[in-house]
Write a protein that binds this ligand. Structure first.
Ligand code: FE2
Length: 274
């Protein structure tokens, strides 16, 4: 059994490639690597409908590889003239048949994938430099954290993080002792925030990670915590858990000019015997 994980495709930030190129490359790589499943960890695009269309096309083009996803914050962004609320978008992402937020993916008697976007809760930032009110507002000098402009949960971030933690626990409880791969968009460990002191991330690290999942990662048999959002690629083994960031990231952030090389570098592949 082979499962591929990749996140932060950001198909609307491509410059020298098109979304069709992305589909084609993912199809080629999935067939070469003989992936049974491909899991996309959010930030597919800045538009809900574009994201949904993309993952549906991907599932069709990648046969026999089955495609599942969770959304990221960018997938909830909207233009000023759109009328749906963030929670309405959330319902659409919750109900989609390929969404891991709808139901976990049971691979076999021994392994399951539990997935949710999760949400940041301001766990990590320079507390001596900013007040909690400044952080919740999201404005720093001339920059504003874009989620504060382009979406609204109508609740403080800390409360959203807890609501999503409860949703994750509900799914973890149903896994009957199986080994669990937890896929989130948000970062679950301070190891993958941006090292501080940092000119911008002393502030913006507040919107990268949550620490609400710390306890449950240890309470349930979670072997892997796979995440995106932060545009670094890293793997770490700590506290009996393998921690993975697997963002493809914006094309302008790539180290090479080859979409194939970048996808292969970002993708994490989990292989099991059964
Ligand atoms: Fe993100």
């Amino acid at each position: 059994m082979k499962i591929g994980f990749i996140s932060d495709l950001h198909i609307d930030y491509l410059k020298s490639y098109s979304p069709e190129d992305m589909v084609e490359e993912l199809a080629l790589i999935s067939s070469e690597k003989e992936l049974n499943y491909l899991i996309i960890g959010g930030d597919i695009s800045n538009n809900m409908q574009t994201t949904i269309n993309f993952i549906e096309i991907l599932d069709k083009e990648l046969t026999p590889t089955k495609v599942y996803f969770i959304p990221g914050n960018h997938d909830y962004w909207q233009e000023h003239n759109e009328e749906k609320s963030t929670w309405e978008f959330h319902k659409i992402f919750m109900d989609h048949p390929q969404s891991l937020m709808r139901q976990p993916l049971i691979i076999n008697d021994e392994l399951a994938i539990v997935g949710h976007m999760a949400w940041y809760n301001h766990a990590y930032y320079q507390r001596d430099k900013f007040t909690p009110e400044q952080i919740e507002a999201g404005r720093y000098k001339i920059a504003t954290w874009q989620d504060k402009k382009r979406m609204s949960w109508e609740l403080p971030d800390e409360e959203v993080s807890i609501i999503f933690k409860e949703a994750i626990i509900k799914h973890l409880e149903q896994m009957d002792g199986r080994q669990i791969v937890l896929v989130t968009h948000m970062v679950t460990t301070p190891d993958f925030t941006i090292p501080m002191p940092h000119r911008a991330f002393d502030f913006f690290n507040a919107y990268i990670a949550t620490n609400d999942l710390d306890g449950i990662l240890r309470k349930y048999p979670v072997s892997h915590s796979v995440m995106g959002h932060v545009h670094i690629r890293h793997r770490l083994h700590k506290d009996n858990i393998t921690w993975v960031t697997n963002s493809l990231a914006y094309e302008k952030e790539w180290r090479t000019e080859s979409i194939r090389q970048e996808i292969e570098h970002a993708m994490y592949i989990l292989e099991t015997e059964k």
